[in-house]
Design a protein around this ligand. Sequence first.
Ligand code: ATP
Ligand code: MG
Length: 449
Amino acid sequence: MLSVPATLEELARVFLLHGRQCYLVGGAIRDMLLGRRSTDYDIATDALPQQVQAMFKRVIPTGIKHGTVTVLFRGVRFEVTTFRIDREYLDGRRPDTVVFTPSIEEDLRRRDFTVNAIAFDLSTRRLLDPHDGRGDLHRRLIRAIGDPLERFREDGLRPVRACRFAAQFRFEVEPTTFAAIPECLDTVRKVSCERIREEVVRLLAAPQPSLGFRLMASCGLLALLLPELQAGAGVQQRAMHCFDVLEHSLRSCDAAAPENLPVRLAALLHDIGKPGASRQEEDGVLSFHGHEKLSAELAVGLLTRLRFSNQLIQQTRHLVLHHMFNYTGQWSDAAVRRFIARVGEEHIPDLLALRRADQVGTCGDSSPSAALAAFSKRLEDVLAAARALTLKDLAVDGRDVMGALRLPPGPHIGVLLAHLLESVLEDPQLNRKESLLAIAGRFYEERLR
Ligand code: ATP
Ligand code: MG
C-alpha cells in the first residue's frame, strides 16, 4: 500500500468535504511507485478552477486557461488541475482548447506515457491504472498511450520527453513508440524553444544524460534540435582520445555533477567547435587549434536559441573558452596568479570540475590526472599567499594615481592600473602604495607621456 504524506491526506479531506474527487496523478505517483522521493504533487479533480479557488484560502491562478491552479496548503504547493480532454492540436504545440470532463479515465487518456497516467484516489486509497502503467514501470518501458505517431503529432515535445524519461529512470523507450519518432520530426520542429529547453534541463539533471542524448541521436532528434552537437558524430580525434567528438562530449557531460548545470552544459559543449576547427597539419597530425573559441561561440548561439538566461549563457561561455589551460609543474607562481586573474577566482572550482569531466570523457578513466590534482593544490597555495589578483585588490586606486602624478582622468589611468596589476601578479611584494606609485611614475614617463 502506498504511504502518502499527511498533508496530502488533509488536502484530500477538503475535497471530500466539498463532495469533490481528488487524485494524485502524474510524476508524483509514478515516483512513489518507483520508490523515489517526489517533491511536486499534481492533483487531478472534477472541481472547476473557480470551485477550487473557493475551497482554499491561498490559491494562485497559475494556468487557469488550462484548468490549473496552485494551492498553497500547510506550506506545500499543489498543482491542482481539473479533469480535461485536449482538443485539436492544430499546430502540434499546445492544445488549442481544453474541455473539462467529469471523468478521470478521459483525463488519463490524454496524458503522454503509460507510466505518467496512473492515478491514486486519495479518498478511497485505490490505484487507477487503465493503461497498465505499473506493468511498464515493472518492465522499465516508456510507452505512448494509444497510437504513438498520432500522440506525437499532437504535441512534438513528447518524443523529447520520451528520451528524457528513459535517461532519468534508465528505462527503454518501447520499440513501437521509439519507431514513431523519426516520422514526426516535422511536428517537433514547431515546438517552442522554451519547452525544449525545459526538457534539456531535466535531461541534464539525470544521472547519465548520455543515455537520453544517444537515443536522440539515433532517431534524428539531436540533429534537429542540437545540430552543433550532432556534428561531432564520427569526427575522430588525436591519439590520446578513445572516442569521437560526440561520444567524448556525452561522456564528459555524464562525468560532471548532475546538480551543477553550468558545468554539465560546458562539459557537453566544450568541444563543439572541433569539427569546424579540425586541420590536418603538414606532418599528417590532426589539430584543433583554437577550437575553444569556436566552441564558446557556438555554445552561445545554441544556448541563446534555447532561450537560456543570459547569466547561464555567459557562465557556460566563460568555462568553455578557458577549458584549454595546460598546467605543468614548471609554471611560476606569477604564471599561476596570471591564470587566476584571467579566469576569475570565482570560476576556478567549476573550471577544474570541467577539466576533470573532460579527462574522464577522454578514455573513461575515472581518476583525475596527477597534474590536475597538483594544479588544484598549487592554486590553493597561491591564493592563500597572494591576495592581489584583481584591480580592486591593488593598494592604490585611480584617484591615488591621478593625485600623485597630477594627471587628469582618462583612459591612460586604466592603462596605468592594468600595468600595476601585472607588476603585482609578477611580484606580490610590490603591492604597497609607495612601490606602486613609483612604478606608475616610471611607466608614465617611459610609455605614456
Ligand atoms: P517530473 O517528475 O520530471 O516533473 P512529470 O511526469 O511530473 O515528471 P510534468 O511535465 O511535471 O512531468 O507533467 C506532469 C504530468 O502531466 C505528466 O506526468 C503527464 O501525465 C502530463 N503531461 C505533461 N506533459 C505532457 C505532454 N506534453 N503531453 C501529455 N501529457 C503531459
Ligand atoms: Mg512534475
